[in-house]
Design a binder for this molecule. Sequence first.
Ligand SMILES: NC(=O)N[C@@H](CC(=O)O)C(=O)O
Length: 406
Amino acid sequence: MQAAITTTATTVCAHPHTKPSSAPFLRLSPPACRVSFSASPGPNVRATAMAATPPQQEQQMVITRPDDWHLHVREGGVLEAVLPHSARHFGRAVIMPNLKPPVTTTARAVEYREQIMRALPPGSSFVPLMTLYLTDNTSPEEIKLARKSGVVFAVKLYPAGATTNSQDGVTDIGKCLPVLEEMVRQEMPLLVHGEVTDQHVDTFDREKVFIDRILAPLVQKLPQLKIVMEHITTMDAVNFIESCEEGHVAATVTPQHLLLNRNALFQGGLQPHNYCLPILKREIHRQAIVSAVTSGSRRYFLGTDSAPHDKQNKECSCGCAGIYSAPVALSLYAKVFEEAGALDKLEAFTSFNGPDFYGLPRNTSKIVLRKSAWKVPATYKHSSGEIVPMFTGSTLHWLPSDQPEE
Ligand SMILES: NC(=O)N[C@@H](CC(=O)O)C(=O)O
């Protein structure tokens, strides 16, 4: 099923900066004429454009409820503050295990899941998909337990020292071979933070070097292992993903790596809220990722990597890596696809490719994205501080249903 995209006359103005889309069924008709037409791509894509007098129009898109295949929700007061932002739009999310201490066992994943369920707003049907944090000492037995639990859906590889709370991660992938072989047997995907930690390698090259030194050999050795390269940032990653067998290796993509290049780290001064890992790259890489994702390929799916850190821990002498995008992510993905003239491909990226890769059913409920301006709050408070969201204070132009017009 594809998105129903409608453009109908209402009292809400389309944003004046709307770029004309190359998708013909999204092009707004000139005010003087009256047209109504159906889109060609498939029987389920509907679109109508009705000129209104005066020319006030609202565009809206109905899409299958999306999932977030890479999400950090933390614990305690932060968990309570951030979880509703994901739960109001997303059906499910793959929950990252880099807590302190990390979620290294199935028993701990079950406990963490209960904590998340308790923090959900009443009536929410959001489902957390739990992950295990891979260490040098994870046993094949633990993978069997994880599969049996029915609540653990993947195992996360953090190279030790690569990012936030990764110090207990893997020092040598060779040590994990028996575990990876068990994961093949259990059909349990490996989620990869794809950066080397070698201090001699330039920060901006760490993803490419990881692909060359670790990932490509791993895929060769275990071609049956399902791998998700998380939060890809380079054309090298795109080329690598395209070179692998479809259905075996895929990638998640964040809003920041689709919308920002590394200039955003230094625009008018140091911008700690644009700092994440893997770090933003050159424009040429951003463009390669946008092309890959908006091509309609099934190899890419939505993973926000929304990573809340307290404002104080971002705005200090040694700030944390991580961008908090949960409240703005859907608006931003829609912006990317709209600007690429590919809104008809948005739903597959947000709602189909992920579950298809994981072998899970697609969501059956829908959400609405309305073309309507809304302002991103400056901060979100939690029990002991506040979190600055991505694109803080700016105006966005796609408003998901259930998003308060703050
Ligand atoms: N993306 C980030 O910059 N930070 C993440 C960890 C991660 O996914 O790398 C975090 O947990 O803060």
